[in-house]
Design a protein. Structure first.
Length: 68
């Protein structure tokens, strides 16, 4: 299981609701999103969830490791 920054509301499947991000802002041109992360979120090992974790996840998505 994993959580995402935002998700679709389970009842209507359309409305975007917070998940790990408690809120977000979008610039008027729609090119920049700023996510405000929930406080107190921890990984299974007790490590705090941080913006660096989000950054690392998206970098891995954009540039996946090469197959061995």
């Amino acid at each position: 299981m994993y959580d995402t920054l935002i998700r679709r509301h389970p009842k209507d499947g359309q409305t975007i609701v917070p998940d790990l991000a408690e809120r977000w802002e979008i610039t008027p041109d729609g090119k920049k999103y700023t996510f405000h992360l929930r406080k107190g979120v921890k990984f299974h090992d007790g490590a705090d969830f941080t913006a660096d974790d989000v950054k690392a996840t998206y970098e891995r998505i954009c540039r996946p490791p090469k197959a061995w």
